[in-house]
Design a protein around this ligand. Structure first.
Ligand code: TXA
Ligand code: MG
Length: 332
């Protein structure tokens, strides 16, 4: 079994030694757990792709602890700095032009001239990056194409022996991967929605920030991750459910007592077995729902369920990011 250890200072030092030796560490962050390796060590980065079963054309996010460190690997103009000062440390990744002298392995950014950079806010992630003394490449800690993980147990289940050590520090607070903002064009553009919303970014940038989620008819892809079927549980996901069909599990949002069982006319909440219902947020709080999304999908992702019926979620604020993940999860 993969070693899962509680993130004490001693454990963090041990994990950093593994990184220096070219190994892989499961790292808690405020968004989701990451699969960390030394971003300057090509062989270690290659191990990430192997462990995840990830196509090598899909680049990774590089994690550093502050803007100064970010500027050593990427070019940042005044606009990029303004965004970074407002939202770092936090759940925002910036796509920037990669410096020629960045020292990063080429594989990290899949040969692109850009690089994804993030400064996480999670205390353990920061102490770990500090101890590693090198930029850390870390995609979400899951097999490619499956659900991201928000608990150490799910990391171990998803990646098994492929990860050398998992630093355990509870459940990820945000629960969804970071917002990815492409800063390389004239107008900044969101390639992946997250907890930092278009409204938040527009306010700081004083201009409208658009989404480009790769679903436009032109078929133009800005972020390689967009073309992949993503975040998928094994059983099908049915969206905007107003009732539950025979054999389905139910994922609720807000008041759910009036959701019925289609065949029996009974109320689903009382008719379904306990393990077949999970509540994203009974109060209709989108942040609470985001934090619970992946762990609850994991929980309901059992083959005895024919599908997971998910109630409608408002498409505003962080709801945009939740619906993006649910849409990808429901694609077959
Ligand atoms: O919250 C997060 O961002 C987590 C934690 C661990 O930090 N990491 C994460 O990484 O979600 P990953 O590899 O699962 O997702 C990175 C996304 C992918 O969709 C990838 O295609 C995109 O960012 N990406 C990375 N580098 C890029 C680049 N240079 N240009 C465009 N998209 C890029
Ligand atoms: Mg991922």
């Amino acid at each position: 079994m993969t070693r899962i250890i509680s993130a004490s200072m001693e454990a963090i030092e041990r994990a950093a030694a593994i990184i220096r030796d070219g190994g892989l560490v499961g790292m808690p962050t405020e968004t989701v757990y990451g699969l960390a390796a030394n971003a300057c060590d090509g062989r270690a980065v290659a191990r990430i792709f192997e462990a995840k079963g990830r196509p090598a054309f899909n680049p990774l996010i590089v994690h550093v602890n502050d803007i100064e460190a970010a500027k050593k690997i990427a070019h940042m103009n005044a606009r990029d700095m303004a965004v970074a000062k407002e939202f770092w440390p936090g759940p925002l990744t910036l796509i920037l032009r990669r410096r020629k002298d960045s020292g990063l392995s080429d594989l990290v950014s899949a040969g692109l001239e850009t690089v994804a950079v993030r400064v996480p806010s999670h205390k353990t992630a920061r102490a770990f990056i500090e101890a590693c003394k090198t930029p850390i490449a870390a995609p979400s800690a899951n097999r490619s194409g499956t659900l991201s993980t928000t608990t150490p147990k799910h990391v171990a289940q998803s990646l098994g022996e492929a990860v050398d050590l998992i630093l355990a520090d509870g459940m990820s607070e945000v629960g969804l991967e970071s917002t990815v903002l492409d800063c390389t064009g004239d107008v900044p553009c969101i390639l992946r929605p997250g907890a930092v919303t278009a409204e938040d970014l527009s306010e700081v940038l004083r201009c409208a920030v658009e989404y480009d989620l790769g679903d436009k008819e032109s078929g133009e892809i800005k972020s390689p991750g967009q073309i992949l079927r993503h975040y998928a549980p094994r059983v099908p996901v049915r969206l905007k459910a107003i009732d539950v069909r025979k054999g389905e599990a139910l994922l609720t949002f807000g008041a759910a007592q009036f959701i019925g069982m289609r065949e029996s006319g009974r109320q689903a909440i009382s008719a379904l077995p306990e393990g077949s219902v999970a509540h994203l947020s009974r109060d209709g709080d989108l942040y609470e729902a985001a934090a619970n999304l992946f762990s609850m999908l994991h929980q309901l992702d059992r083959t005895e369920h024919k599908a997971i019926a998910v109630m409608d979620i408002p498409d505003t604020g962080v709801g945009v990011a939740i619906n993006d993940r649910l849409r990808r999860a429901s694609q077959t």
